[in-house]
Structure formats: C-alpha cells, structure tokens
Design a binder for this molecule. Sequence first.
Ligand code: NAI
Ligand code: MG
Length: 366
Amino acid sequence: ANPSLLILAGDGIGPEVMAEVKKIIGWFGAKRGVTFDVTEDLVGGCAYDKHGTPLHDDTMAKAQEVDAVLLGAVGGPQYDILDFSVKPERGLLRLRKEMDLYSNLRPAQCFDALADFSSLKKEVVAGLDIVIVRELTSGVYFGEPRGIFTEGNERVGINTQRYTESEIARVARSAFELARRRNNKVCSMEKANVMESGILWRQVVQEVHDKEYPDVQLSHMYADAGAMQLCRWPKQFDVIVTDNLFGDLLSDAAAMLTGSLGMLPSASLGAPMANGRPKALYEPVHGSAPDIAGQGKANPIACILSFAMALRYSFDMGDDATRVEKAVEKVLADGVRTADLMGPEGGKPVSTSQMGDAILAALDAS
Ligand code: NAI
Ligand code: MG
C-alpha cells in the first residue's frame, strides 16, 4: 500500500505553507515514483466554521488510521471570542490526546547561512543540530489536584507534578530510539536535587537505558544547569530528553539559538502502530500568523522540514528527508530569503511560493 498522509492545513498561513509542501509531495510522485495517499481535512477555526467543532469526529477517526498527520496551524483573532470548548487549539489538543502523542521532538538546527541570525555568537551555533524530546501528555500541566482553592483567608493556586514509571519509560524509549538513528547520545534533564518526580525520572531513564539501550551514551543533568549549558555550548548535546514543563522552556530557548520561528519543525510521536512506526503528527512550531496571512509572506520552511521529519520517522525515507533538508540548506546558502529571514541590511524577499519553487529546483538538481 502507498504511504498515507492526512493533511490538516488549518487557519491563517497554515494553508499557504502547506501548499508548498504539496508541491514537494507532487515532486516525490513525479520524480521519485513515491505516491502518497493524501487526504485533506479541516482543523481549527475553519472546522468550527463548517461543523461547529474544531475537529470533527470523522477527521479524528481518519487521523487514527493514517501513517502520519501533517498539520499547518490553527487559530486567529476572529475565534478569540469562542467558548473554550470549541476554540481552534482544542482541535489540536484533541488530536494529541486521542492519538496519545507523548513524545514531542523539537529539533534545533542551525543552517550555516543563518548563523548570523542567532542571538549567540556564530561559532557557538553554526552547524548546531540537536533534538529536544519533551514529554507531552503528563507532568505538572495535567497532574491532580489542580485548581485555585481557599485556605484560611487566602487563595492558593495548586498544580501537581506527577509522573508514573511507565510514562517516563515510554518517552525515554522514544529518546533512545531517536539516539540510535542519530549519534547514540542522550542527556536526560530533571531536577532530582529538589523534586521527587525528578528522582524517579532519573532512576527510570537509567533503568531503561541499562536494560534496553546499553549501547547509547547516557548522561544526566539538572535542568537549570542544562539551560546554562544550552546557551554556553549547545553543540555538546545531541538528544535531550526531559519532562513536559522543562521541555517547554528548554525547547523554546533552544529554538532561539537558531533564528526564525519560520524555520522550526516538530514531531509528536506516540506508541508504535502495527507497522512498527509510531503514531505521529508533524507540524511547524509557529502559529497561524494572522499579521501576515493572505499576503504571500509566510516562510514555508518550517512546514517543509516537518514533512521531512515525517519522511524520516513515519515513512522510513531517511535519505529523502536528508535530501529535502539539503535542498533547504542550498537555497539559504544561495541567499534566497523570505521576509522573516531578512537581516537589517535588507534586500528583496521572495514570496512563500517562490521559496517553495526554489526548494523544488534545488531538489531537482540534487
Ligand atoms: P505565531 O507563531 O502565529 O506568530 C508569531 C510571529 O511570528 C508573527 O509576527 C508572525 O508573523 C511570525 N511568523 C510565524 N510563523 C511565520 C512564518 N512561517 N513565516 C514568517 N513569519 C512567521 O504566534 P501568535 O501571533 O502568538 O499566534 C497567532 C495565532 O496562532 C493565535 O491564534 C494562536 O493561538 C495560534 N497559534 C497556533 C499554534 C499552532 O497551531 N500550533 C501555535 C502557536 C500559536
Ligand atoms: Mg512553549
């Protein structure tokens, strides 16, 4: 059977950047003889407009069947007044929850041509290529009890950091599997010095390592020290695995080592399916960018690199993923820039579709 893909382009610039990915999917059919069975559907505000819900049950069912879901972005100011239960982002949250996508991969990769864009010195970031694996479905964002309560004569806000051993073990496995496909090196971050959940985290990651992945080099670091090291010398890392809260902070910080939001892909992975590959949703890190939507200004690279991650992790097409990444690298080296990648020196930016075409041309030449 052909590899199957559900495309949920969503709102704002979502459909604009997704159009460029569809060109690349077409290229794989025409030039590489790889045909994807693509289904397209609605998510977010556009789904609400049509169905009164940000994710229709039929769409949810399709997402469970396909090899991979590729999502653009959801949201927009016109939906801000909606009730919380039907807000666009609820569509995305439902996908993550029902597909049980517990492992969030956030690469921080610095293309040489953009090293000047980083907030850090060029030599610290040039050639940087690390992945942060963030636990996505548990921890302090979900633990009970939670709420604002009254204690005596004042209010108290409570959240609970809670991790079971199996929740830690499965995300640890995901990180070790990733490490085996890369450079066999994992650094686990927690705060075992002050948190019980951190002590358990460190123990379980070590146990999974010793039993199942002794070939991978494992180190542990306190997450605050990790934040310092990420800024000081990020190239010491390869795969970092951490919990939901620390992963939220560390992946946002690491993202800014590399420049624009328009460049950052992500993958959210769940348990292995019958074919041995994980359930998966791929999406750019950025949102629907209402300030530039409809103007042909959006940078499609984050979405294109998300598709490259799908090729690598869902379709066993690692060489083709690298080929797409190299094509992106080539156009950047050639100086092709969307507006978000223009420095203060200026120049003439290309449009969303011109960037997509340039990447296609580079693929053709590869
Ligand atoms: P945003 O990521 O949409 O935009 C932040 C800034 O980055 C804007 O100035 C935007 O123009 C720029 N930007 C983002 N992506 C870009 C790209 N590909 N090319 C060029 N410039 C780009 O975040 P913001 O403005 O906070 O949120 C806008 C809407 O998106 C909201 O409704 C929010 O809820 C939603 N959102 C959705 C996400 C998702 O679908 N996963 C994630 C984050 C926000
Ligand atoms: Mg965040």
